[in-house]
Design a protein around this ligand. Structure first.
Ligand SMILES: [Mg+2]
Length: 388
């Protein structure tokens, strides 16, 4: 079997809003096609136009080859060998960042394809002794452009998530800082009020995570607010300070009253070494697409395990990425939850419409899939409709 085409799809929701802090409004989807008619589908969370350029940019010398040219004509079953050839052959495209994020979509598609070719689900190709279920947490991004509307939207969705059977909820409480939602600019005290309202609404038995999206300028400022958050019994606090502040991360690990999570933006296993060994993060959050694909994500999981850390992968995308993330989690015992954007609790059109079949939740759990590949079906009409 040989690869005959790499289709790069740049997708954008028609109702996208540039003031929203939601990367689920666009998507980069790759379809790898072969001479035997089989195809695989992958996705990544990266600016889709940049990602397409990364894969299609023409090659000019041996350290800057065209990724698409390397792929076409190659054997799609040798995923690791192919990834390595591209990684080495495109070193001068940039060994981290957007190029790796784009390559992650190709790698994910190759696993889907290989699973279909062998008649096996992807988790069975990644590892042995899979768990019988994976727990998704409801990742909730409220709407509303005032403090009250934001708080009330978040509380209402948290209650709804509990009713839907989720065993954990993550609240995005970002009304200040670089990614403040809808232009909000609220005091840090008001963030405490929102977290308190969500905890009160869902009760003590649901795990609660909070994401503030790099809100505080430094660890000392963060600690002045979060030192009082012990009573909320948070499962983790995500990205409280800027991701390059490694010393600040370590300080938060030592002094904050809850575990600290980082890692959604990292590319390759190598970028996690600094976060885990020097930043002392408690939870590593590889995003399967952005980190470079399932092999890189698995390497991060293994590295974290060997250092006594846990994994809760990032995933703010459609059912393609969610399914890939779930397959990884089935063979990662130290992964208590995966991020899950519930379609019924999301404003994002692509999340709701791009995929017609995916791994779904029943009674708060995703059961072990048996269908070949990622177990997803694209909505081909939506793929055309959202083309940008
Ligand atoms: Mg986040």
């Amino acid at each position: 079997m040989k690869i005959t085409d790499i289709e790069c799809h740049t997708l954008l929701a028609p109702n996208y809003n540039q003031t929203f802090t939601s990367s689920a409004q666009d998507s980069f989807v790759v379809i790898v096609r072969t001479d035997e008619g089989l195809f695989g589908v992958g996705e990544s969370d990266v600016n889709p136009w940049i990602a397409r350029a990364c894969l299609e940019a023409r090659g000019t010398h041996t350290m800057s080859l065209c990724a698409k040219d390397i792929l076409i004509g190659a054997d799609p079953m040798d995923i690791e060998g192919l990834w390595r050839r591209i990684y080495i052959g495109t070193a001068m495209h940039g060994r981290r960042g957007a190029f790796i994020h784009a390559l992650g979509a190709v790698e994910m598609a190759l696993w889907d394809l290989k699973g279909k070719a062998l008649g096996k689900p992807v988790h069975a190709l990644l590892g042995s002794n899979p768990r019988d279920k994976v727990l998704p947490y409801a990742s909730l991004q409220p709407n509303g452009s005032s403090f009250e509307a934001y708080r009330d939207s978040l509380v209402a969705w948290a209650i709804r998530a509990k009713e839907l059977g989720f065993k954990a909820v993550k609240a995005e409480v970002t009304m200040n800082g670089p990614y403040a939602h809808s232009g909000l600019n609220e005091s840090y005290d008001r963030h405490t009020q929102v977290v308190a309202a969500v905890r009160k609404a869902i009760g003590p038995d649901i795990d609660l995570m909070v994401d503030v999206q790099y809100m505080w300028p430094d660890a000392d400022t963060a600690l002045r607010t979060i030192k009082d958050w012990g009573e909320f019994n948070l499962f983790f606090l995500e990205t409280p300070i800027w991701v390059d502040d490694i010393n600040g991360m370590a300080k938060l690990h030592n002094e904050a009253p809850m575990p600290i999570a980082f890692g959604e933006w990292q590319a390759t296993r190598h970028e996690f070494v600094e976060l885990i060994d020097h930043g002392k993060i408690d939870f590593a959050q590889p995003d399967v697409g952005r980190v470079g694909g399932l092999i890189e994500a698995k390497a991060v999981c293994d590295y974290a395990r060997d250092r006594g850390r846990r994994i809760v992968p990032h995933c703010w995308k459609t059912g393609i990425s969610i399914s890939a993330t779930a397959h990884l989690a089935f063979v990662t015992p130290h992964c208590p939850y995966i991020e899950f954007l519930p379609p019924e609790l999301s404003e994002d059109t692509l999340r709701r419409e791009l995929v017609s079949q995916e791994l779904t939740m029943k009674n708060g759990e995703i059961p072990l899939p048996t269908s070949p590949g990622l177990g997803i079906e694209l909505n081909w009409d939506a793929l055309k409709r959202f083309a940008a």
